[in-house]
Design a protein around this ligand. Structure first.
Ligand code: AMP
Ligand code: GLY
Length: 423
């Protein structure tokens, strides 16, 4: 069958690699893709948020399965667009409806969902400009650190953690006066949870589910988890502190009630649920839901997923995930992300990337790359490449990824040297 994957990051490159290995895959298209996805697929130069353009591509290439990588098209209703269109409604689609994608697209919706279905998460209250005075009073009752979250999508920048009540008040006022535009018209004020984070990925057909390999992501730009948040600087699968006992708690207290909530609210959910968790003294709490896979977690997760990924997607679309088996490579996987100098602030693009031919025993997943007119691969974004390797231990996998990351050069290149430091 012909498959269309929407997106163009390292996550999509890793998914494209796995999809292309399936005997069920005839032709694979990625929109817009990057310089790396060309190895497995035909790149289509279209914006996944341009739904009529997506429709035209589906028709032109006789696509029978669409997989949506990023959250934005989902939150904007791409799944609903498919369901409402006579010509598209028979095309299998992996990704939730806009209503279900609110689990990621609205932090207030997600918190209220977790409250209703008794899912452990930090204590919170929501405020809007109309209730700013209540919000300021509420902040007086909190002990720092205090977490403020813009309700809507804010390109990963909408969470601010303050160590002082006065600063939190100033920030709440700024956010409610439009600091993040419409995304911060509502703000969640949340208690700070102190612990270690990890990412659990669930593939669901809305009725049943399967748990994919677990990963840990490193979001901060700086060594020792310092400096601003990024999209992610590295990942490890499987983080050793997430033992069987922890996973049993996650399944009982979080995944099962989440599924119950999806069914109780009749959410149309065929796709990935990425649960961002924090272990506080061995007890799991939800930090956030995402309606997609994580990046750069997917690079390590796909490395370890031994089942036919395309078949799993088809079983999801056909509400047969309950009949699937997930087989996981017993080896560990680790990913190092190479970023442009200046990222997550401003950075330059178009830097020539050297050394890609010298990589041995690692996979290089592209993110912000493109081919220039001379046919060379150049940088085209903040996160440029992800180097993923296997090892019998995660330390071995990391050492291999670092050995290969050192061979790749572009002007201003930067990566964190301490991925896995806390494991
Ligand atoms: P989010 O966008 O909700 O994932 O938040 C971004 C990052 O902020 C998370 O990965 C955490 O590191 C941090 N964070 C968010 N909420 C909390 C919380 N309640 N307690 C501690 N850290 C948090
Ligand atoms: N790596 C975190 C994310 O994809 O949101």
């Amino acid at each position: 069958m012909n498959v269309l994957l929407l997106g163009g990051g390292g996550r999509e490159h890793a998914m494209a690699w796995r999809l292309s290995q399936s005997p069920l895959c005839q032709s694979l298209f990625v929109a817009p893709g990057n310089a790396g996805t060309r190895d497995y697929a035909t790149n289509l130069a279209l914006d996944p948020n341009d739904f009529p353009a997506v429709k035209a591509a589906v028709q032109a290439h006789q696509i029978s399965l669409v997989i949506c990588g990023p959250e934005e098209p989902l939150v904007r209703g791409v799944q609903d667009f498919f369901k409402a269109d006579e010509a598209l409604k028979k095309v299998r689609f992996i990704g939730p409806s806009a209503e279900a994608a609110k689990l990621e697209g609205s932090k207030a919706y997600a918190k209220e969902f977790m409250e209703e279905f008794n899912i452990p998460t930090a204590g919170y209250r929501n405020f809007s400009a109309a209730t700013l005075a209540d919000g300021l009073d509420y902040l007086e009752t909190r002990r720092p650190p205090i977490v403020l979250k813009a309700d809507g999508l804010a390109a990963g920048k909408g969470v601010v953690i303050l160590n002082d009540v006065g600063e939190a008040k100033t920030e709440l006022e700024a956010m409610l006066s439009g600091k993040f535009g419409a995304a911060s018209e509502e703000v969640v004020v949340e208690d700070f949870l102190d612990g270690i984070e990890f990412s659990v990925f669930v593939l669901t057909d809305g009725k049943d589910y399967r748990i994919l390999p677990v990963a840990k992501d490193y979001k901060r730009i700086g060594v020792g988890d310092t400096g601003p948040n990024t999209g992610g600087m590295g990942s490890v699968s499987h983080p050793p502190f997430v033992d069987a006992d922890m996973m049993a708690k996650v399944e009982q207290r979080i995944i099962k009630p989440t599924m119950k909530g999806i069914q109780a609210r009749q959410l149309d959910y065929k796709g990935f649920i990425f649960i961002g968790l924090i272990s506080v003294e061995g007890e799991p709490f939800v930090i956030e839901y995402n309606c997609r896979m994580g990046d750069p977690e997917t690079q390590s997760v796909m490395a370890r997923l031994d089942s036919d990924f395309l078949q799993l997607c088809l079983q999801t679309a056909d509400e047969e995930i309950g009949q699937s088996t997930i087989s996981i490579d017993s080896r560990q996987a680790a990913t190092i992300v190479l970023v442009s100098g200046g990222y997550p602030g401003s950075y330059e693009k178009g830097k020539l990337i050297l050394g890609l031919d010298e990589i041995e025993d690692s996979m290089v997943f592209h993110a912000g790359t493109k081919q220039n007119e001379a046919g060379e691969v150049v940088t085209n974004g903040g996160r440029v490449l992800a180097v993923t390797s296997y090892g019998e231990t995660f330390q071995e996998a990391l050492a291999q990824s670092y050995a290969n990351a050192r061979k790749i050069h572009f002007a201003g290149s930067n990566y964190r040297g301490d991925i896995g430091f806390d494991l």
